[in-house]
Design a protein. Structure first.
Length: 205
């Protein structure tokens, strides 16, 4: 697939800033990484599949994160606590997962990419919406997963997404009220695609 997304996969810098304590972006503030690479120190975790790892960034309600490359220790990625906007954020080797919605809100991610996720990229543990626009994913388990076995009102919007080499699903949810809208999504070698309850709403354009 030539691809629906125009964003690129950047290479992590070997001169990364090591993060030993999560960087908190306070409510309503913007953190601009200026294109630098950030990588987790061992204090946050090893980037493997253990569930007790910490994130590199915590975005409080209304925070924005832009121009950030996350390097080869992705630990528990990014946690959001409410509404959040991410722009030009790239996970070069996703850790346990890439981003977790920990608080209810609307999370928007644009012009970004992720690769190398043993399991999930986006983990939705609190209700709200996840909207991604112009996003590339390669080598992952699931692009989006709402928390296993949980019900919740989630709206998942995928716009201009190119996803390649997915092992389990593009979007997986156990919630009977989940809404998924996919607009201009191209996939190649993605197994499972939309794994949703019968009553979920799925619109593909
Ligand atoms: C797994 C686990 C959840 C939660 C989640 C996460 O799905 O079962 O309890 O920890 O990962 O947020 O990474
Ligand atoms: Ca997990
Ligand atoms: Ca990885
Ligand atoms: Ca996690």
């Amino acid at each position: 697939a030539s691809g629906a997304a125009t964003t690129m996969f950047p290479t992590a810098s070997s001169n990364a800033q090591v993060v030993n304590e999560p960087i908190v972006v306070k409510a309503g503030e913007t953190f601009d990484g200026a294109g630098k690479t950030f990588t987790a120190g061992n204090a946050l975790g090893d980037g493997g599949q253990s569930e007790d790892q910490k994130p590199l960034f915590i975005l409080e309600d209304g925070a924005q994160l832009k121009n950030v490359v996350i390097g080869d220790n992705g630990a528990d990625g990014i946690h959001t606590r409410g509404d959040a906007k991410l722009e030009n954020v790239h996970w070069t080797d996703v850790g346990e997962d890439a981003l977790t919605m920990k608080g209810a809100g609307n999370v928007e991610i644009k012009d970004s990419s992720a690769k190398g996720a043993a399991d999930k990229i986006f983990q939705l543990n609190a209700p709200g919406s996840l909207t991604i626009d112009n996003f590339k994913a390669d080598d992952f388990g699931k692009l989006v997963r709402t928390n296993g076995g949980q019900q919740g009102d989630w709206d998942i919007n995928l716009n201009n997404v190119t996803a390649t080499n997915g092992k389990h699903a593009l979007v997986q949810s156990d919630s009977t009220t989940v809404n998924v809208n996919a607009n201009n999504v191209e996939t190649e070698n993605v197994k499972g695609m939309y794994k949703l309850p019968e009553s979920a709403s799925l619109s593909i354009q």
